[in-house]
Design a protein around this ligand. Structure first.
Ligand SMILES: Nc1ncnc2c1ncn2[C@@H]1O[C@H](COP(=O)(O)OP(=O)(O)OP(=O)(O)O)[C@@H](O)[C@H]1O
Ligand SMILES: [Mg+2]
Length: 273
């Protein structure tokens, strides 16, 4: 790649992702307006809710990702980023709002049924089985499949060659960045239609972070839209088509990655100036 890490993907470089994404697209070239008004591929719409009978953590919060795009959620610790992801994955009961995938209302589906419907989710914590080998982790990822998944596993080993090398090692023996690759690989084993990642670069060095972002862009290029939470806000917004800043469970700022990177308020409050 030339220039800055990802140049200015910020919603302009249509070559990086597969703009047509999965399936068929409503808009054709030259009908950008149609694309923008089209229903997002995955949307948590106006979500309000919390954990059990506890207080609301999310307040009328909306996050979404379009076909062929990368959407990034950033915000301070405790803002509700993981809660929003869990809500979209069906791990908490919403008091208001809905979740729609590919035009279908899935608000009442269990997490497992959402996986069957094409959602892949890598949670922020406990996202691998440390005592199982790398390959066993990938096999676990394929739990909903009854077909031959060896081709998918080969693709994942192509994407993450280090996993092939370490496939017989317990995943708990891997480095932080390698574990995150296992977690992403596990989620890809279901051949998801959309991938949700909660802090995929947590605790890794800047170099490993760059590598992981490159792999994530590669996944997006294959046509899988990606909705991810990132604490490396600046770098994540550089590769984001769409960005959401959440504060106290609410949408504080929304825009293209580029718009948010250029917004003085966002810069001052969330990007360190
Ligand atoms: N399982 C839970 N039960 C009850 N409250 C929770 C639970 N998980 C998170 N919370 C609360 O929800 C709020 C938002 O937490 P959340 O984990 O969504 O924030 P976050 O934006 O992901 O933060 P971080 O950047 O630290 O990952 C916090 O006040 C937290 O204490
Ligand atoms: Mg979190």
């Amino acid at each position: 790649m030339s220039g800055g890490a990802y140049d200015d993907r910020g919603n302009r470089d249509r070559s990086i992702a597969n703009p047509d994404g999965v399936g068929t697209l409503v808009a054709r070239p030259g009908t950008k307006g149609a694309r923008q008004t089209a229903e997002a591929f995955l949307i948590g719409d106006s979500m309000t809710g919390g954990y059990g009978a506890g207080p609301d953590i999310l307040h009328d919060c909306t996050v979404a990702v379009n076909r062929g795009e990368i959407a990034v959620i950033v915000g301070p610790n405790g803002a509700g980023k993981s809660t929003a992801m869990k809500a979209i994955f069906g791990m908490l009961d919403l008091r208001q709002g809905s979740v729609r995938l590919d035009g279908q209302d899935i608000t009442d589906l269990s997490p497992q049924d959402r996986v069957v419907n094409g959602m892949g989710f890598v949670p922020q914590t406990s996202n691998i089985f440390t005592s199982l080998t790398v390959e066993e982790n990938l096999e676990m990822g394929a739990f909903i499949r009854r077909d031959d998944f060896s081709g998918t596993m080969a693709q994942i080993y192509d994407l993450f060659p280090i996993l092939k090398e370490k496939r017989n090692q317990p995943a708990g023996e891997l480095s932080g960045g390698q574990r995150q690759q296992v977690a992403v690989g596990r989620a890809l084993m279901t051949e998801p239609k959309v991938l949700m990642l909660d802090e995929p670069t947590a605790g890794v060095s800047p170099i490993v972070m760059d590598e992981l972002f490159d792999r994530i862009i590669e996944v997006a290029r294959t046509g899988i839209p990606i909705l991810m939470v990132e604490q490396n806000a600046r770098q994540a917004l550089e590769i984001a088509d769409k960005g959401y800043v959440l504060v106290q469970g609410r949408n504080a700022y929304t825009g293209t990655g580029k718009e948010l990177l250029e917004d003085p308020e966002v810069r001052r409050s969330f990007l360190g100036g």
